[in-house]
Ligand binder design. Structure first.
Ligand code: NAG
Ligand code: NAG
Ligand code: NAG
Ligand code: NAG
Ligand code: NAG
Ligand code: NAG
Ligand code: NAG
Ligand code: NAG
Ligand code: NAG
Ligand code: NAG
Ligand code: ZN
Ligand code: ZN
Length: 612
């Protein structure tokens, strides 16, 4: 048997309609039009062509609703400015190339389709998160898809996936270890897989494929959904049956990172039965670019988040190691045009343009370009040493003072730094940016009459309990594991940024030519050859503390102030408050509601006041 495989994998990232200098919120038509002018800055094309082989895969993962692309102009955002219409055109052209070359090309996705931008999350009351954006996903000819953890936080999302999304794929939407509880036609409660547990199909070129769609051991799922652990799943009778027959290739999808998780359990189970069958694993969830081989005849690939792309190419022969290439593509038109060899003038397909238009109409329907103000600079989560936390801490004292009878009482406000989910970038700050950066409906709470002396010890104690001791303190390790199980990927993603940044600093010192490189991801994975499609220099990375607080008011230590905090951290805060003082044991009963405003609107109010 002579078998060759190539993978080309991608993930999507996008934010909407940000034209700096736009001075009026209602200029919808212009705004939408302007968007099509991008790339609005010249982008350099990639320098490493894809290596086509007999079997190729394009992979998207963790697109999180970024279907209109990254539209801000701060670098490296323009590198990810391709929208889902551009991507659809890319897929069409790639499929044509595959036909011309008479090779296989599969398109796969590994979940987390929403929770990320206004396009998915800005839906009006009564609708379901991601329902509209899923329609665009369904416009593309995906061959296999897998469920992500974000499809399961809310029962309504899981049900929508079960009812409206999974059926579209005719058995190719996979949820090997994820069930949902629903009523059957007779009103009886039943427990069924959200999609299918596995699928077997034959490619255009006659290759037999067996696929699974595995979710990592996620515990944050809603009531009436079930996630079986990976270890339990591989013991199931259906699993053994699914893998019994030998296909030409196992294409194992899963919303599970390729390292530091349970892929080896799945791989081992398959290998135990089929010592030589090629195994291709397409993972996701931690939002990084990564690749690893479990043996010479397997590879496992993870393709980042929000519109990056990966390619790999396997040349397989009996009982010998496979060879392959994989590429992580920056998702933009220049990249797509380069790899398909199609000029900008003839690049757009009718379908691609239709998708872009549909997405723009959705943005209008959700009023996503409603303008709050213009951010004077970037406030990134990790790129500058101080900006981001400083910005957040100007926002809260102002916004929480609106219509608040406690506004006159000095306070300290504490939030977890993970509350902000995306950078705030220079230029228009729109409703979409607000939903992208801080969508959470968290409430602000307070405990009155805490002396400043005590209150000012809380933040440092919270951070100490978190950061420093982390590596030695078992309970902190357990806490991190718990956060990970609940779906928090910040620790893994940030560790990746930090590692890249450290290597980048070294590279800058050593090599003059690196001074020419543009900002972006610089992947160092465990697969042979080069992964990144375009060479970059890594973004600087500065970690932020787990918790951040507003400035300590300039009053005496015995002044009684309000200790304000976000409801998300109530348990930890009470625990710490009871550690730093012993006059009183504070409980739930001491906690009051501080402001009618929820977290998701505080940035907008601030922008309206200070960024206009
Ligand atoms: C590429 O094509 C798009 C869409 O047709 C157009 O808006 C844009 O100006 C073109 N860009 C360049 C650099 O030619
Ligand atoms: C990526 O962004 C940089 C700016 O950091 C830009 O100069 C470069 O042309 C972009 N490259 C690609 C391939 O988009
Ligand atoms: C999932 O649903 C199937 C079909 O009803 C059932 O046999 C299986 O036990 C369920 N699995 C879990 C882990 O709940
Ligand atoms: C879960 O399903 C049961 C049985 O149908 C139902 O009584 C319960 O309300 C459901 N819970 C949620 C949160 O939907
Ligand atoms: C095949 O791959 C394995 C694991 O990657 C490696 O240890 C081994 O040396 C390779 N064999 C050959 C012949 O290259
Ligand atoms: C255009 O998009 C709409 C939905 O936005 C869809 O119903 C229609 O089938 C699409 N037409 C083409 C030609 O892709
Ligand atoms: C503050 O109160 C006024 C008067 O009741 C009201 O019109 C306004 O909408 C409130 N502002 C906010 C942010 O709730
Ligand atoms: C806080 O202190 C003020 C004045 O000392 C007092 O009136 C109020 O009842 C106290 N509130 C609580 C909740 O203890
Ligand atoms: C106020 O309290 C803080 C924290 O307990 C302490 O570090 C500081 O020295 C105190 N300041 C004064 C003037 O007592
Ligand atoms: C930087 O790029 C320019 C233009 O592409 C090239 O001429 C120059 O040699 C490069 N410098 C280094 C140090 O690689
Ligand atoms: Zn994700
Ligand atoms: Zn995820």
């Amino acid at each position: 048997m002579q078998l060759a495989l190539q993978l080309t994998l991608s993930a999507l990232a996008l934010s909407v309609l940000a034209c700096p200098g736009e001075d009026h919120a209602h200029a919808h038509a212009d705004h939408v039009h302007a968007k099509r002018l991008y790339p609005q800055v010249p982008l350099t094309p990639p320098s490493r062509p894809l290596v086509w082989s007999d079997f190729n895969i394009i992979h998207t993962t963790d697109s999180h609703g970024w279907l209109l692309g990254h539209q801000h102009l701060s670098f490296p955002e323009p590198n990810y400015s391709g929208d889902f219409g551009d991507f659809a055109s890319f897929v069409t052209h790639m499929k044509q190339i595959a036909l011309d070359k008479d090779v296989d090309l599969l398109l796969v996705d590994t979940g987390d389709l929403h929770d990320g931008t206004g396009l998915s999350d800005g839906y009006p009351p009564g609708q379901v998160d991601g329902h509209e954006t899923n329609n665009f996903i369904m416009d593309l000819p995906y061959d296999v898809l897998a469920i992500g953890n974000h499809e399961l936080y809310e029962y309504a999302d899981a049900y929508d996936t079960y009812k409206n999304f999974a059926p579209h794929w005719n058995g190719r939407y996979l949820s090997s270890n994820v069930n949902i509880t629903v009523y059957d036609d007779d009103g009886k409660v039943i427990d069924v897989p959200v999609g299918s547990r596995y699928t077997k199909f034959t490619t255009r070129k006659g290759r037999k494929i067996t696929s699974l769609g595995v979710l990592y051991d996620f515990t944050g799922n809603s009531e009436n959904t079930t996630v079986q652990t990976v270890a339990e799943m591989v013991k199931e009778h259906w699993f053994k049956e699914a893998i019994a027959e030998e296909p030409d290739v196992f294409v194992l999808l899963g919303h599970m990172p390729v390292r530091y998780d349970h892929w080896p359990a799945v791989y081992d189970a398959v290998r135990a039965v089929h010592p030589y069958t090629p195994i291709l694993i397409l993972g996701g969830h931690t939002h990084i670019r990564d690749c690893i081989q479990f043996d010479g005849r397997s590879m496992a690939l993870e393709s980042g988040r929000y519109m990056e792309t990966v390619g790999a190419n396997l040349d397989v022969s009996e009982h010998e190691n496979i060879t392959f290439t994989r590429r992580y593509l920056d998702a933009n038109r220049v990249t797509y045009e380069y790899h398909t060899g199609i000029s900008n003038q003839t690049y757009d397909t009718t379908q691609g343009q239709n998708i872009t238009r549909g997405l723009e109409e959705l943005a209008v329907a959700y009023d996503l370009s409603y303008l709050y103000g213009n951010a004077p600079q970037d406030y990134t989560l990790s790129r500058y040493a101080t900006h981001s936390s400083r910005a957040r801490m100007q926002v809260l004292p102002y916004s929480l003072s609106i219509n608040n009878t406690r506004a006159g009482v000095p306070n300290i406000i504490i939030v977890n730094s993970g509350e902000l989910r995306f950078d705030i970038l220079a230029g228009a700050f729109t409703k979409n940016d607000e939903l992208t950066a801080l969508p959470f409906l968290d409430a602000f709470l307070y405990i009155p009459n805490i002396t400043l002396g005590v209150a000012s010890e809380v933040l440092p104690a919270l951070n100490k309990a978190g950061a420093d001791e982390k590596k030695r303190d078992l309970s902190a390790v357990e806490r991190d594991a718990e956060r990970y199980a609940q779906g928090d990927v910040g620790m893994r993603y940030n560790a990746w940024l930090e590692e890249m940044s450290a290597r980048g600093a070294e590279m800058l010192q050593r090599r003059a030519e690196s001074k020419n490189l543009t900002l972006g991801y610089v992947t160092s994975d465990l697969c042979p050859g080069v992964g990144d499609d375009t060479p970059h220099i890594a973004l600087p990375y500065y970690s932020s503390p787990d918790f951040i607080g507003s400035n300590v008011p300039t009053v005496s230590n015995d002044t009684q102030i309000d200790l304000v905090f976000i409801n998300f951290i109530e348990d930890q805060l009470l625990e710490i408050l009871n550690e730093v003082q012993s006059d009183k044991t504070y409980t739930d009963d001491d906690v009051l509601s501080y402001s009618p405003l929820l977290a998701n609107v505080v940035l907008g109010y601030y922008a309206q006041k200070y960024w206009n």
